[in-house]
Design a binder for this molecule. Structure first.
Ligand SMILES: Cc1ncc(C[n+]2csc(CCOP(=O)(O)OP(=O)(O)O)c2C)c(N)n1
Ligand code: SF4
Length: 298
């Protein structure tokens, strides 16, 4: 390619980044390490945002703290970077104050399932109308690679230097048993399938949950001698098995074993707001005025 052609190509590439309209480009470059999977997870999410055709002005994204917790700051939506483990209660408050908002929580396994685990259980039980996306890299990455509630047995972390011997959570099993109406798991390699699943999750009424198995090349992969993020993606390619509707007891993840992915739950249940409205209407009859929030319908 001639220099002129190269220059033209560079200008075109810079001008035409397909996701620019959904990203806060003024914040680039992002903080993520080379070959970290979080960027791929975000790409799939942005593809889903477009496909779902949900008005962006009525969509909000909430993250807790961590490498994944930075996602909210890079996406061009109403974004909230809340405190560690508190993305779900923050999002619940947002939804209750403004019931017509589409509220998405996008955070790490440490944030959502470790420190914020209790909030996850109750939001799923209540069927809060939220889409919760959890990037599971099996470790507390931002703070130096401590053992998480998702770390597989025998995996090495900075707080389990001889290997982890605690049984990890199976996140889809947990979500489903607490009452989530939509539950799926994909790896960061499955960009298109993940984008489809995230689209379905965004369009679903009620508590939808998508787990994304993601490489942390700098801490999890290094401590466990698994190579780069690309090597982990190759591992996912060879070891993930698509099994829609799989039995929930098949979804455990052991160290470097097969990973069952797919859509596991898609069902209907009244949401928290619907349940409360129905209950109060029953008690208060025509004195009951449903709260619609400050968003205009037009
Ligand atoms: C209350 C509180 N406790 C601990 C921390 C320190 N801290 C910040 S990020 C983090 C771990 C994040 O892990 P995870 O959610 O898995 O995200 P990752 O960095 O792996 O994407 C911790 C423990 C904090 N910020 N606030
Ligand atoms: S430390 Fe791990 S999770 Fe965090 S940005 Fe780097 S590779 Fe990604």
């Amino acid at each position: 390619m001639s220099e002129v052609q190269l220059k033209k190509k560079k200008e075109e590439t810079e001008e035409e980044h397909p996701m620019e309209h959904l990203l806060r480009m003024e914040r680039m470059p992002h903080i993520w390490c080379p070959t970290c999977g979080i960027g791929t997870a975000v790409t799939a999410f942005l593809m889903a945002l477009e496909k779902s055709q949900i008005p962006l002005k009525d969509t909000a994204i909430v993250s807790g703290i961590g490498c994944t917790g930075r996602v909210a700051g890079y996406v061009k939506l109403d974004s909230f970077h809340s405190t560690h483990g508190r993305a779900i209660p923050f999002a619940t408050g947002l939804k209750l104050a403004n019931p017509k908002l589409k509220v998405v929580v996008f955070s790490g396994d440490g944030d959502i399932m470790g420190i914020g685990g209790n909030h996850f259980l109750h939001a799923a039980r209540r069927n809060m109308d939220l889409t919760v996306v959890c990037v599971n890299n099996f470790i507390y990455a931002m703070t130096g690679g401590q053992c998480a509630a998702t770390t597989p047995v025998t995996a090495n972390t900075s707080t389990s230097p001889y290997g982890n011997f605690e049984q990890p959570f199976s996140l889809p099993y947990l979500a489903a048993s607490c009452g989530a109406v939509y539950v799926a798991r994909w790896t960061a390699l499955d960009v298109r399938r993940l984008a489809k699943s995230l689209t379905e999750a965004l369009q679903k009424k009620g508590f939808s949950f998508v787990e994304i198995i993601c490489p942390c090349s700098t801490l999890y992969a290094r401590r466990n001698r698994l190579g780069t993020g690309l090597d982990l993606m190759k591992f996912y390619h060879d070891n993930s098995v698509i099994k829609h509707g799989a039995d929930l007891s098949e979804l455990d993840i052991s160290f470097q074993s097969k990973i069952v992915v797919g859509k596991f739950i898609d069902r209907e249940r009244p949401t928290f707001i619907e349940g409360v409205n129905q209950g109060l209407r029953g008690v208060l009859k025509d004195k009951f005025v449903e709260y619609g929030g400050p968003i205009d319908d037009d």
